[in-house]
Design a protein around this ligand. Structure first.
Ligand SMILES: NC(=O)c1ccc[n+]([C@@H]2O[C@H](COP(=O)([O-])OP(=O)(O)OC[C@H]3O[C@@H](n4cnc5c(N)ncnc54)[C@H](OP(=O)(O)O)[C@@H]3O)[C@@H](O)[C@H]2O)c1
Length: 202
């Protein structure tokens, strides 16, 4: 599948590597395609934001939350935007777009369509490699479209997460950001970045 990742930072690069390994075509949407951020990732393509979004069936936002309104504006202008899945990985815990409670809210309100929230609730290292000695970790998502969520679930599987849990509609997005906050707090309290939450059942 053609997947555009907007932002080639920690999260964008981690997701891209796994998705390329799973056989997807990954196009980074970057501000300067001739000089993309960091070391080039083998197998990835680089385009301007709009061109990357035009090419893709799935668009993954992996920028600071403040970039969301501009990206949403570009998305809204796409002729076939209704046929594309938009996934938001951002956390607006420490900064948010002006006039919006979160990047997720900005994406929904500006594009006027449903957005999946996923790949925000754990560190980028766990997205690059979700496998621990004790087994793979789970991923969590929410959103308003069943079609978009089914595609997201497939990506979680392709990336090697054990299971992915659908938390429901868009109202669950703030909860997913708070869940990310729990991981971030523990990380900053000395836990480092090589840890994850596991889900066990009796
Ligand atoms: N890091 C984590 O472990 C983690 C985990 C879960 C969720 N998140 C969330 O994921 C998002 C990305 O985090 P990250 O750590 O990957 O950030 P990052 O390493 O700082 O990368 C952000 C990327 O966004 C691009 N960017 C910045 N402003 C932009 C704009 N206005 N338009 C287009 N591209 C822009 C940057 O490109 P340039 O090189 O051109 O500046 C950079 O490639 C954040 O919202 C964060 O809250 C992060």
């Amino acid at each position: 599948m053609n997947i555009a990742i907007i932002g080639k930072g920690n999260v964008g690069t981690a997701l891209a590597a796994g998705l390329i390994a799973a056989g997807h075509r990954v196009i980074f949407g970057v501000r300067n395609p001739d000089k993309p951020n960091g070391t080039p990732l083998q197998g990835a393509e680089y385009m301007g934001l709009l061109d990357a979004m035009k090419e893709a069936r799935i668009i993954i936002l992996a920028t600071p939350p403040t970039a969301a309104p501009a990206v949403a504006g570009l998305f809204q202008g796409l002729a076939e935007s209704s046929e594309k899945t938009l996934i938001d990985t951002t956390n607006s815990l420490f900064q948010k777009p002006e006039m919006y409670a979160s990047a997720y809210q900005a994406l929904e309100q500006i594009t006027g369509r449903s957005v999946v929230k996923c790949f925000n609730s754990t560190g980028a290292e766990n997205m690059a490699n979700p496998r621990y000695e004790s087994g793979a970790i789970p991923m969590f998502f929410c959103g308003g479209s069943e079609t978009d969520k089914a595609l997201t679930r497939q990506l979680c599987e392709d990336l090697g997460f054990s299971e992915s849990y659908d938390l429901g509609g868009p109202e669950a997005a703030p909860m997913l950001e708070q869940f990310a906050g729990l991981w971030i707090r523990l990380s900053r309290q000395g836990m480092g970045r090589q840890f994850a939450f596991q889900l066990v059942r009796r």
